[in-house]
Design a protein around this ligand. Structure first.
Ligand code: AMP
Length: 115
């Protein structure tokens, strides 16, 4: 169920515009509005779950599709050959800002050693 005050639920529903890269298998990929690398994509499940801590609330099919979807998106935006970083923040110590699970897919340059 979409959560009414969730920004990423609104992007999934098309109520807020985003630069969409790909949608399939219950996931949406779009460009981060404030990129931290030359290429910075966010991958979100269409279903609202708060963070990786709640990944058990996704279906088996969604969990199985998640990794391959991220890898496919990275390939689609040209990151496959030189590599990329995939990260997700969960909770306050990780500085999670948007309480809807999202994977940061970063690349396009040699990234910093620190996460
Ligand atoms: P996090 O700190 O892991 O919760 O990351 C949230 C990310 O969402 C940040 O990198 C923001 O730049 C990004 N963001 C916030 N609002 C939007 C938006 N409207 N469209 C795309 N990305 C967004």
């Amino acid at each position: 169920m979409p959560v009414s005050d969730c920004l990423f639920c609104k992007i999934v529903a098309g109520e807020i515009p985003a630069s969409v890269v790909h949608r399939a298998d219950g996931f949406l990929a779009f460009h981060d509005i404030n990129p931290k690398a030359p290429v910075h994509i966010l991958v979100v499940p269409e279903q609202h779950v708060v963070s990786i801590a709640d990944v058990g609330d996704l279906t088996d099919a969604e969990r199985a599709a998640m990794g391959p979807f991220i890898a496919r998106v990275a390939s689609m935006v040209g990151l496959a050959s030189d590599g990329y970083r995939v990260a997700t923040n969960a909770g306050p110590n990780a500085r999670q800002e948007i309480m809807h699970l999202h994977w940061h897919v970063l690349g396009g340059a040699l990234l910093s050693q620190s996460m």
